[in-house]
Design a protein. Sequence first.
Length: 80
Amino acid sequence: MNERYMIVTYIQKPNGKYDEVTVFKKHYRMTHLQSAKVILDFADKKVIKNGLNPEAGYDDMIEFYKRMLGDRLTPYLPKD
């Protein structure tokens, strides 16, 4: 996979609960910066935006999403 960015957006449903929408893109846009809660850069291993936990770094967020997404995240992670 050569998608560089993981973009996570939360959408509130009418019942008050949230849906998480996670997409992987080669580029991110200004609209992503405005609407997303989390944007991770796999190539540079850095956090572009973290509205969930501003104190958490790249490695912390990757570990969090590995627990949440499991093997679905693996194909997008860079090979070290």
